[in-house]
Design a protein around this ligand. Structure first.
Ligand SMILES: [Zn+2]
Length: 61
């Protein structure tokens, strides 16, 4: 998977990004794709908004 497994955790506040586990690609109400996962460190739910290209790559299309 592209680099969709990294995101910003609001709890860890690690600017470098935090690794996410249980990542799944979801479609938001506005039609945009996002990677939804859980912070490996604190377990907080995380979202990462994906570009069209990143979403397509993550879905293997
Ligand atoms: Zn965290």
């Amino acid at each position: 998977m592209a680099d969709v497994t990294r995101g910003y955790c609001v709890k860890c506040r690690d600017k470098a990004g935090r690794e996410m586990k249980d990542v799944e690609i979801v479609t938001m109400k506005n039609g945009r794709k996002a990677a939804k996962g859980t912070c490996v460190k604190c377990g907080t739910g995380m979202y990462r908004i994906l570009s069209k290209e990143a979403a397509a790559a993550a879905e293997g299309k």
